[in-house]
Design a protein around this ligand. Structure first.
Ligand code: RUB
Length: 317
């Protein structure tokens, strides 16, 4: 299980982060694990795949891309096992599924960029939050389509993922300004569109993304600024169709204040939620690789892609 434990730790400690990246890393780990694991029977292989995928799923709780990606691979294992394949064939089919997921994910990000880039117009000032491959793809495509854009990037405390975004966009030749999270309302009058990514999208169109996203959406709503979400369809959370909630990850207080400060201020409680929920009323469109949806329309796409969410809830995969 070495590769599984290594990957668990890379995701948990956020050395690899972002909903799409952790999904691809997890399926890659599962595939490598399957390649090297020694088993006596297809049943043993299937059980090990299930166990490894449970472990990987538990590394971070909010990004639904993680269980969706792993379920995609586990489903291939189950199908192969049900077809009474031998161990070698099962291994091959599992590894193919992992490769397919990765290719699909990378293609989706590119397609979202092409679709979303068209929604940006020449001269737009756009605000983005945190570090999202899908949102960056939209901004990069708009820039490559020859539109002159200016991007405001929030720092994204406490871990400052905004610096990564600012650096990437700037290296691609885009005019970028980094601002503190608390300056969003001051600058919103300059902003034409907000573009953010997503960790999970609920069946009512609510979007779970980096903490602070919902505050930005509220400010955008107040000033009638358009609010776009760029997200691959594997960010849709099928179990929300059954009334399940998306768990919001609480991270260590030490990401907010150093331990020396905590020792001196023992009575102060420190909370560090990593994500929040933006209600559908504050979102104009969700840009997916399958097209653009109003948040209220996302349920239709979800029902098409996940016809049997109860199977996921029962824990069979
Ligand atoms: C990252 C974050 C990103 C989404 C979408 O949070 O909230 O906006 O994951 O990213 P963290 P992407 O840094 O805590 O992982 O579009 O790259 O999947």
């Amino acid at each position: 299980m070495d590769i599984i434990e290594e990957t668990y730790s890379l995701i948990k400690t956020m050395k690899v982060r972002g909903a799409g990246r952790i999904a691809r890393l997890a399926v890659k780990a599962l595939s490598e694990y399957v390649n090297s694991v020694k088993v006596e029977s297809p049943k043993e292989l299937y059980d090990k795949v299930l166990k490894a995928s449970y472990r990987l799923k538990s590394s971070r709780p909010t990004a639904v891309s993680l269980p969706n990606a792993l379920n995609y691979v586990v489903n291939a294992a189950k199908k192969s096992f049900d077809m009474k394949s031998d161990v070698e064939t099962m291994k091959e089919e599992i590894q193919n599924a992992a490769r397919n997921f990765t290719a699909m994910s990378e293609g989706a990000i590119q397609r979202i960029g092409e679709i979303g880039g068209k929604r940006i117009v020449d001269g737009d000032t756009i605000l983005t939050h945190c570090n999202s491959e899908a949102a960056i793809s939209v901004l990069t495509n708009a820039h490559r389509q020859g539109k002159k854009i200016e991007v405001l990037v929030t720092e994204t405390r406490p871990l400052m993922q905004g610096r990564t975004t600012a650096s990437i966009l700037s290296k691609r030749g885009i005019d970028v300004t980094l601002i503190p999270d608390s300056a969003v309302r001051l600058y919103m009058h300059k902003v034409d569109k907000v573009v953010v990514g997503a960790d999970a999208i609920a069946s009512n169109g609510a979007v779970v993304n980096k903490i602070g996203t919902s505050q930005i959406a509220l400010i955008a709503h107040e000033s009638r600024t358009r609010f776009y979400v760029a997200a691959e369809t594997y960010k849709l959370s099928p179990t929300t169709m059954l009334g399940e909630l998306v768990e919001i990850e609480q991270r260590s207080p030490l990401e907010v204040v150093p331990s020396s400060w905590r020792r001196k201020n023992k009575k102060v409680k420190v909370m560090n939620p990593a994500f929040d929920v933006t209600p559908p009323e504050y979102i104009d469109i969700i840009i997916t690789e399958q097209g653009v949806y109003p948040p209220q329309g996302i349920i239709l796409l979800m029902k098409e892609l996940y016809p049997e969410p109860a199977a996921l809830q029962s824990g069979t995969v």
